[in-house]
Design a protein around this ligand. Structure first.
Ligand code: HAM
Length: 427
């Protein structure tokens, strides 16, 4: 048997795993503070639910199979359909708007590359029961707020898929060809759109392609009432976002479309330097609930790629700062008491009896700052602590241990492992 990962599946460990955990905690706390309720969704759904509005691209990448009971099921490629099922079956009678957030596993048989995996984690939020632009702005604000909480200042690309769809259909594109044209446009290829539209629209599209960010200019020029309405909606959301976060980069893109087939209006994605692909994406999908057989409910939401965001995060929150070593048979209980006294302060316990020299050498190799030596010589209730940064050593009563190490830590702020590795250890 070969011991290896299945292609596209990965073990996540070390700083990356810490970053993912920290992101999930901070994002969860933040979304709860905005009124979103947490839900855990399953990773297997009926194929029918997933396929209903997935679009061909997502369907091509679906892990689908028959379970042992012969049911056609699929691993969730995203969680908006699951969340909609959950809302329609469990929360439909609640006063609106209903807000939920989730974190869960997603599976897409994509071509693996940096930031693109076959199993990945999405952290998302959905708001049901409001068609207001204020709700669209709230979701984009919350999405940017999550990134801000982990030290990422994103730029937000915003658009209105209704504008693009109407532009195409009002200028000769067939409704049935829309999916294929939009998918190509999503990959930056406007040729199919160009071939589908007729007359003046070709020149119009060419102009638009050269200057898709000039929302105000296009709004002034736009003649079609339905397209003007879509652009006005987008302009209003941009204005709301500027009022909510004046410092943020919000970039309209009138030709922006997204792969999923359920969006009906506002759409957005967030980007940051260091990664070409989107950190998160979302938008308004006012027809999905009804199309799935649920109550007609306007909705808007987003999902963030936890794996992608974790790649850009800088530091884990609580690096290990020291190790507790039992030096002899009789000191195991003392080491255990020291471990308990320092609980939550970044101290790990070395589980075997070790000589003081080896303890020092291990601590230096691990770039830990403190060594706590629990040995018989210090007496029953005391340990020796060594500060490898200050090159100091002292005997400390177990009852004082926590306070003394807290004070020592305050004197010289703790560094993350990255800095320690970069600057080298002072000893
Ligand atoms: P999406 O744009 O397909 O939207 O995915 C959202 C995010 O998931 C992406 O921006 C990306 O960060 C991450 N992601 C997608 N595919 C992969 C992959 N293969 N590997 C790693 N990360 C990936 C949705 O899924 C919608 N359900 C979002 C939404 C929620 N719209 C409304 N509500």
């Amino acid at each position: 048997m070969k011991l290896e990962n299945v292609r596209g599946m990965r073990d996540i460990w070390g700083e990356e795993a810490e970053n993912q955990r920290e992101l999930e905690i901070r994002a969860g706390e933040y979304l709860s503070s905005l009124g979103y309720e947490s839900v855990r969704l399953p990773s297997i759904e009926f194929y029918e639910l997933i396929a209903a509005k997935a679009g061909p691209e997502l369907l091509d990448s679906l892990y689908e199979f028959k379970d042992k009971g012969g049911r056609s099921v699929a691993l969730t490629p995203e969680l908006t359909a699951s969340a909609a099922r959950f809302f329609a079956t469990k929360l439909r009678d609640r006063p609106k708007p209903v807000r939920i957030w989730y974190v869960g596993q997603c599976f897409r048989y994509d071509e693996p590359q940096r930031g693109r995996y076959r199993q990945f984690t999405q952290l998302g939020a959905e708001l049901y029961g409001s068609a207001s632009p204020l709700a669209d702005a709230e979701l984009a604000f919350a999405a940017a707020g999550i990134l801000k909480r982990v030290g990422i200042a994103p730029s937000l690309k915003v658009g209105n898929v209704g504008f693009v769809k109407r532009f195409l259909t009002e200028n000769g594109a067939k409704e049935s060809a829309l999916g294929q044209i939009l998918r190509a446009a999503d990959h930056g290829d406007y040729q199919p759109a160009m071939e589908a539209v007729q007359g003046d629209a070709k020149a119009f599209l060419k102009d638009l392609e050269g200057n898709p960010q000039d929302l105000e200019g296009w709004l002034r020029r736009e003649q079609s009432p339905s397209r003007k309405k879509a652009l006005k909606e987008l302009a209003q959301i941009v204005e709301l976002l500027k009022a909510m976060m004046p410092e943020a980069k919000v970039i309209p893109d009138l030709l922006f479309v997204r792969g999923l087939a359920y969006y009906t209006g506002f759409i957005f994605e967030a980007f940051s330097s260091g990664l070409d692909s989107a950190l998160l994406g979302g938008g308004r999908y006012d027809n999905l609930l009804k199309e799935l057989g649920g109550p007609a409910t306007p909705a808007v939401g987003f999902a963030a790629g936890v794996d992608r965001i974790a790649l850009l995060m800088k530091h884990p929150t609580q690096p290990v700062t020291g190790t507790i070593f039992p030096l002899d048979e009789h000191s195991l209980t003392k080491a255990a008491r020291a471990f308990s006294a320092l609980d939550g302060m970044g101290f790990e316990l070395y589980p075997s009896i070790t000589g003081a020299r080896e303890a020092m050498s291990r601590a230096l190799k691990a770039s830990h700052r403190f060594v706590v030596l629990a040995g018989e010589l210090d007496g029953e209730d005391a340990v020796t602590i060594r500060d490898l940064k200050k090159r100091e050593q002292q005997r400390v009563q177990l009852t004082d241990l926590k306070q003394i190490l807290q004070e020592a830590d305050r004197d010289a702020p703790r560094e993350g492992p990255n800095e320690r590795a970069r600057h080298g250890h002072p000893l």
